[in-house]
Design a protein around this ligand. Structure first.
Ligand code: XMP
Length: 509
């Protein structure tokens, strides 16, 4: 399959580039910017994209690539920092811009042959940069400008090197899709061959080649990612797969039994392990969110290892890691900062003693859901909101106790019931509640109360990487709030979280 490699210089938009390209039917993969030349050659990409990034090319320690990349006879497309890097490495000059350009700008196209074929003379683009190209490298020409950026796009057609200062991957760039199409299809002549069906087919082949006759243990969480992972592996090597579903004690009400039934209906061989007491014991008195995540990750692995020992001969450990987990948990893929140790990535100990099988690692949630549908998983499971592996443990801020778990479960049940009843569940990325380590004074039936406070969090998002708080109707919010304080013993205050991501994260811990 023909693919495009994106070298990541740390832009918040890098993953968007990947998904826009895949939407055009071409497989794209993100790699760290310092992927070696020999690795690039073995990957055999049909094009290389250099992403944006927060650094300045003229800084000593800024991320750079070898100049040899431009001699591989593979087309290169630099976006923002990528364009500056092309200019810098090939002998041009990049300087701090007199005026930082952030937001909308009008692009004036000068050359309609390359990236801008069939574009209007003027169109809106999205800019986000503090540096600019002042002098072009030899043999390059300017192909578009904006009012503040004389060098908004460049090319060296002979060497197949292109660059734009703006971001074609974001929706605010009106002709962004067309520009990417021009690069991929008219300049690189790549034929579209990536689709969900081809991914499934490819992935099944890869799993068969990797697993061979060995046994695989798959960790199910109840979420769509791990369910799709198990179904995919089951389709590839059904006799080799055993799944395990652990009750951490941090699931929502009735979920352990519900999920075990669901998995069995999907014809997965699944073992249910009730370790709720163990988890509660291990987290007694722990307040620090990262500590909670690490303890839970380690305990999970201990349980898997024990189960694997009992089963004998397990070689592979499968889990439903997806792309946002990877990006947010570590700097494996690029120089982005660690935000939190997602339980199925950074939360796991380094040496777990199994080989990891993560077939969905490069995919976004909506792609995973699409695969799930194709594999015949029920819509109820497919459209379920994401639920973090560490579960309610990271939604109870402060110490976890059975009583606090009871409170959060009851609150959550009311919230979800109302959200489903009013038919907004499927418009939301997530709706959940968080228990705060705070008590406040209230009055109920002439009595003073001094009870706990909960937060309701409802967000809209495409992939969990960014999120917007949901503009919920006041009457519904009011109904949920009054049901909670009336029905859940121990809660006398309800708050609504109106923080976007960034700067907040979706979960509180
Ligand atoms: P944050 O809180 O980082 O969450 O904005 C982004 C998305 O990831 C989910 N999440 C997790 N999923 N294991 C998971 O499988 C985890 O440890 C984990 N932590 C957060 C979160 O619910 C949101 O949808």
């Amino acid at each position: 399959m023909e693919k495009i490699i994106i070298l990541d210089f740390g832009s918040q938009y890098t993953q968007l580039i990947a998904r826009k390209i895949r939407e055009l039917g071409v497989y794209s993969e993100i790699h760290r910017y310092d992927l070696s030349l020999s690795k690039i050659k073995t990957e055999n990409p049909r094009a290389i994209i250099l992403s944006g990034g927060p650094s300045s090319v003229w800084e000593k320690d800024s991320p750079k690539i070898s100049k040899e990349v431009f001699n591989l006879e593979i087309p290169v497309f630099g976006i923002c920092y990528g364009l500056q890097l092309i200019s810098h490495l090939l002998g041009g000059k990049v300087v701090k811009a007199k005026k930082r350009e952030y937001g909308f700008a009008e692009l004036f196209v000068k050359d309609f042959d390359g990236l801008f074929k069939d574009l209007p003379e003027k169109s809106q683009v999205w800019m986000s940069h503090g540096d600019e190209v002042y002098e072009l490298p030899d043999e390059f020409k300017i192909t578009a400008s904006t009012e503040n950026s004389r060098v908004a796009a460049i090319e060296n057609r002979k060497k197949y090197i292109y660059g734009v200062q703006f971001h074609p991957e974001v929706v605010h760039t009106q002709q962004g899709k067309k520009i990417l199409q021009n690069f991929i299809f008219n300049i690189c002549h790549i034929s579209p061959s990536w689709s969900i069906e081809s991914f499934i087919e490819d992935s099944i082949k890869k799993i068969r080649n990797t697993v061979k006759q060995e046994k695989v243990l798959c960790a199910l969480s109840g979420g769509v990612d791990s369910t799709v992972t198990a179904m995919l592996i089951n389709k590839a090597v059904d006799k080799s797969l055993i799944s395990i579903f652990v009750n951490t004690g941090f699931l929502r009400k009735g979920e352990f039994e519900y999920f075990l039934d669901t998995f069995r209906n999907l014809k997965l061989k699944v073992i249910g392990v009730d370790a709720s007491r163990k988890f509660l014991e291990a987290l007694r008195g722990i307040v620090n969110p990262e500590k909670k995540r690490k303890i839970i990750g380690k305990l999970f692995i201990d349980i898997f290892k024990d189960s694997a020992k009992n089963m004998g001969g397990i070689k592979f450990f499968a889990q439903g890691t997806t792309y946002p987990d990877v990006i947010e948990s570590s700097s494996v893929k690029g120089p982005s900062a660690v935000i939190k140790s997602h339980h199925n990535v950074g939360g796991l100990p380094k040496n777990i003693g199994f080989k990891l099988l993560e077939p969905l690692k490069e995919l976004f949630k909506d792609e995973v859901r699409e695969i799930g549908r194709k594999l015949g998983i029920d819509e109820e499971i497919i459209s379920r909101h994401p639920f973090p592996g560490p579960g309610l443990a990271v939604r109870i801020v402060g110490k976890i106790t059975p009583e606090r778990l009871r409170i959060l479960r009851e609150v959550d049940e009311i919230l979800l019931e109302e959200i489903k009843k009013s038919n907004i569940y499927n418009n939301l990325w997530q709706a959940f509640s968080v228990l705060l380590p705070v008590r406040s004074v209230g009055v109920m039936g002439d009595q003073r109360t001094y009870q706990q406070a909960v937060v309701l969090r409802m967000v809209e998002s495409i992939d969990g990487m960014t999120a917007n708080w949901y503009r919920i109707d006041y009457p519904l919010l009011s109904k949920i709030s009054s049901r909670i304080v009336n029905e859940v013993k121990g809660v006398n205050r309800v708050l609504y979280d109106i923080t976007t991501k960034p700067p907040g994260t979706i979960e509180w811990e």
